[in-house]
Design a protein around this ligand. Structure first.
Ligand code: HEC
Ligand code: HEC
Ligand code: HEC
Ligand code: HEC
Ligand code: HEC
Ligand code: HEC
Ligand code: HEC
Ligand code: HEC
Length: 356
């Protein structure tokens, strides 16, 4: 059903003498609290039926799409995962009872991202709400197992490759994880990160905070430290020493917030980056999006002024396309300007591809 049509019908209904309840509600929203802030693109909605005659609830999104929950004879609680778009999401829930009367409720949730301009911060009035406290979990524990998983051992699903020699306690079947029931969506994107798709959630969600989110200490069993990097380095061993001894440093890496560029759970992009590499770099370095870079003062007919930064094969990395990271190492380097070379000579990087 389209949203506009819906509102026209709603109005027609009211004019025809139908009642829209304000007090005598047929349902209540258990979760989430309105004006919540999200870092992932989904939220869970849980409602409780108060009036047994309520037959269904329509969830209406502000892009005019809808999702319908049909109620069942005895059941009081209904759960649904909904997808969020960047920025504010106005979500309207409409419950219909047998007589055709409705209860209408609205919640507003903000999905923020540091790498999408205009959506970096939620507006005033919104706040980060946390769910995993004993009190909240009690609301769900009659139907959901809220405990941490019992893991077996060994690294069956994890490709160890060069990552490290650590052993993990893992589940034989990640879909049986207690967390899976409510959080499967975080792992659904094409490139899943091994600890997330194996539901080793508590490798990062230790319950502890860090320097940048110390104010949230104790608010959730599954908080993660911000900055997150020490959790990353607990598996990606060895790189810390290398990256932190570089002479050329990159701000976003030094702050330890790997999650600025990488989605720790899964992503449609390679290296589970939050955007394809070229788009990611030009988010913060928008002046480089012009295409005129490296040798901008020359005009090359074929490349329309400047050196190409994309759209060509990368001679130094067979099978990959030329991108910003062909020449720059986002994690730092011993060359000037993060160049994949040593020392201060910017031209020494040219030899990676132009062998003369
Ligand atoms: C009365 C039993 C019951 C209670 C209480 C309950 N749930 Fe559920 N929940 C279910 C069932 C059954 C499903 C499987 C999907 C379905 O049939 O609705 C489910 C599925 C879910 C899902 C996945 C929905 C989807 O779209 O895949 C989420 C998220 C969820 N529940 C969250 C919660 C939270 C949070 C609470 C506590 C505030 C809670 N549930 C309390 C029965 C319950
Ligand atoms: C009954 C459903 C349910 C189960 C089971 C569940 N969660 Fe959650 N979790 C939620 C809801 C609801 C939120 C709030 C965010 C949202 O709207 O989706 C949440 C939020 C979180 C957060 C963000 C911090 C917070 O407290 O709000 C983390 C991290 C998290 N869950 C991890 C886990 C892990 C790890 C497990 C398994 C041990 C787990 N969850 C099991 C429903 C569930
Ligand atoms: C590699 C580290 C890592 C692993 C593993 C991981 N997370 Fe996270 N998670 C994070 C970080 C970092 C954040 C902070 C927000 C961000 O960067 O997107 C986060 C945020 C979240 C949130 C809050 C999202 C929101 O909308 O605010 C939930 C829920 C969550 N994680 C659930 C899980 C679940 C469930 C698992 C296991 C399947 C898991 N995480 C595994 C690092 C991790
Ligand atoms: C529990 C161990 C563990 C933790 C913690 C962890 N990783 Fe990983 N990560 C892995 C494993 C294992 C792989 C390799 C998966 C494979 O090869 O299939 C991997 C792969 C990756 C890759 C892709 C590498 C490639 O060459 O394609 C990136 C990027 C990555 N992790 C970043 C991070 C970041 C950022 C963090 C912290 C937010 C983190 N990891 C935390 C275990 C971990
Ligand atoms: C400025 C963005 C950015 C930040 C911040 C960042 N990365 Fe990366 N990361 C990338 C890009 C881009 C690639 C792909 C590089 C390429 O093209 O080879 C990558 C690749 C990786 C890989 C794959 C193998 C490799 O070494 O290239 C791992 C592992 C990784 N990152 C871990 C981390 C960890 C851990 C942190 C935090 C300490 C982090 N990254 C912070 C952008 C970033
Ligand atoms: C989240 C924002 C952000 C992203 C994404 C980002 N950068 Fe940066 N970058 C910065 C900031 C801030 C600086 C300023 C100097 C510093 O603190 O390192 C910088 C500096 C640089 C420098 C100059 C370093 C020097 O020594 O002067 C280069 C080169 C660079 N970035 C390349 C990249 C590349 C390549 C990517 C994509 C893989 C990228 N950046 C992604 C924020 C970002
Ligand atoms: C073909 C190699 C190459 C590619 C591809 C490349 N760069 Fe550069 N970059 C350089 C060189 C060489 C320098 C040294 C200064 C100069 O010559 O402009 C540099 C300098 C920089 C600087 C620091 C100095 C300045 O001008 O601000 C930033 C930031 C930067 N590049 C970002 C990027 C981004 C973002 C991309 C992708 C859109 C990119 N680079 C693609 C080679 C490259
Ligand atoms: C990561 C690989 C790489 C690096 C490093 C690199 N280039 Fe290039 N360069 C290319 C590619 C790819 C092209 C496009 C060739 C084409 O048009 O098919 C190109 C084109 C050029 C051209 C234009 C040639 C033409 O036919 O239009 C010049 C000049 C050039 N590069 C100079 C440099 C200089 C100077 C440096 C060092 C500052 C450098 N390149 C570093 C990959 C690289």
């Amino acid at each position: 059903m389209r949203g506009t049509i819906f509102y026209v019908l709603l109005l027609a209904f009211v004019f025809a003498g139908g009642k829209v309840f304000a007090n005598n509600d047929s349902f209540e929203i258990v979760k989430p609290l309105s004006l919540g802030v999200y870092d992932e693109d989904y939220a869970s909605i849980v409602i409780k039926r108060l009036d047994d005659s309520m037959q269904r609830v329509t969830i209406l999104f502000d892009d005019n799409t809808t999702k319908v929950i049909e109620t069942k004879e005895k059941r009081k609680i209904y759960c649904s995962t909904v997808k969020l778009k960047l920025g504010n999401n106005k979500i309207t829930l409409v419950g219909y009872d047998k007589a055709g009367d409705m209860t209408v409720k609205e919640i507003n949730l903000y999905y923020r991202s540091e790498i999408y301009e205009g959506f970096n911060y939620a507006p005033d009035g919104y706040k980060r709400n946390f769910f995993h406290t004993d009190k909240n979990e009690k609301l769900c524990s009659s139907c959901h197992n809220m405990k941490e998983d019992k893991k077996t051992s060994r690294t069956k699903h994890i490709k160890k490759s060069e990552i490290n020699a650590r052993e993990f306690d893992i589940l034989e079947d990640p879909e049986k994880s207690n967390c899976y029931q409510c959080h499967k969506t975080v792992t659904f994107r094409k490139n899943g990160h091994a600890p997330a798709v194996n539901f080793l959630c508590t490798e990062c969600h230790t319950g502890r905070s860090g320097e940048f989110n110390a104010q949230y200490e104790g608010k959730s069993k599954y908080l993660m430290p911000d900055p997150i990097m020490n959790r990353c380095f607990s598996c990606h061993e060895g790189v810390k020493e290398k990256w932190f001894s570089n002479t050329s440093e990159h701000g976003p890496l030094r702050s330890g917030r790997c999650n600025k560029c990488h989605n720790p759970h899964s992503s449609p992009n390679e290296f589970h980056l939050r955007k394809p590499i070229w788009e990611l770099c030009t988010t913060c370095h928008d002046e480089k999006a012009s295409g005129k870079h490296v040798i901008g003062s020359f005009v090359f007919g074929r490349n329309k002024g400047g050196h190409p930064t994309k759209g060509r094969p990368d001679p130094s990395r067979p099978g990959r396309e030329l991108v910003c990271s062909s020449c720059h190492n986002p994690h730092g380097s011993n060359g000037i300007y993060l160049l994949r070379t040593n020392g201060k000579d910017t031209y020494s990087v040219c030899r990676r591809c132009h062998k003369k």
